[in-house]
Design a protein around this ligand. Structure first.
Ligand SMILES: [Zn+2]
Length: 75
């Protein structure tokens, strides 16, 4: 059997898409402020997926391109 693909859900439109066609983005999630810790803002990094059209719409490809360019400069 072949073609067993992992299905992920686009965070923007909720469409189900195969993982290899999705764009993964790490997104900081604001969990609010904890009074117990002396007003520390809590953030958590969560990996979200976007389908191609939502990624284009949100300029995620441009973001990735810019990041790649930066990496090239360090080489
Ligand atoms: Zn989408």
């Amino acid at each position: 059997m072949r073609g067993r693909e992992t299905i992920v859900i686009c965070d923007a439109c909720g469409r189900k898409i195969p993982r290899n066609k999705a764009v993964a983005v790490e997104k900081p999630i604001n969990l609010g402020v904890s009074g117990d810790l002396g007003n520390v803002r809590l953030f958590e990094k969560r990996k979200v997926y976007y389908c191609i059209s939502c990624a284009k719409h949100r300029g995620i490809f441009e973001m990735k391109k810019r990041m790649n360019r930066k990496e090239e400069r360090y080489e």
